[in-house]
Write a protein that binds this ligand. Structure first.
Ligand SMILES: N=c1c2ncn([C@@H]3O[C@H](COP(=O)(O)OP(=O)(O)OP(=O)(O)O)[C@@H](O)[C@H]3O)c2ncn1[C@@H]1O[C@H](COP(=O)(O)O)[C@@H](O)[C@H]1O
Length: 97
């Protein structure tokens, strides 16, 4: 199902964390000369800036927003937060009008 893609990607990222391979996300999460956290946070800053520019230019907004969401997911995976915790947090905030 299309709406399972986020859970699927999240599970892939958890595997990249727990069984690292030579890939973009494993390498980003790896603590080497910088902690994985710092490397991910740098990317989140970069992607946030790219989204701001994209929005002001009215181009590539979707792509840059997904880059930011993706790297935010990567931070949550690095921190050990489970996908269902994200869904539960959004559910808590639902205010049916
Ligand atoms: N959804 C994504 C995804 N979105 C963006 N990215 C990467 O995030 C980076 C985005 O940063 P930028 O846009 O800044 O592009 P850049 O290549 O860093 O270049 P610069 O702009 O920094 O110069 C790129 O390298 C993209 O490849 C992603 N990398 C991986 N995924 C998913 O995560 C899975 C695991 O990825 P790997 O561990 O790399 O196999 C993949 O199968 C995908 O499903």
């Amino acid at each position: 199902m299309k709406n399972d893609i986020l859970r699927e990607i999240y599970m892939v990222l958890e595997t990249r964390r727990d069984k690292p391979i030579d890939s973009y996300t494993s390498n980003l999460m790896k603590d080497d000369n910088k902690t994985g956290e710092d490397k991910i946070l740098e990317k989140i800053g970069e992607e946030a800036a790219e989204l701001i520019i994209a929005s002001k230019n009215d181009e590539h907004v979707l792509e840059e927003a997904v880059d930011l969401l993706f790297h935010t997911f990567l931070l949550l995976v690095y921190k050990g937060i489970k996908f269902d915790e994200i869904l539960d947090e959004f559910s808590k905030r639902r205010k049916p009008h």
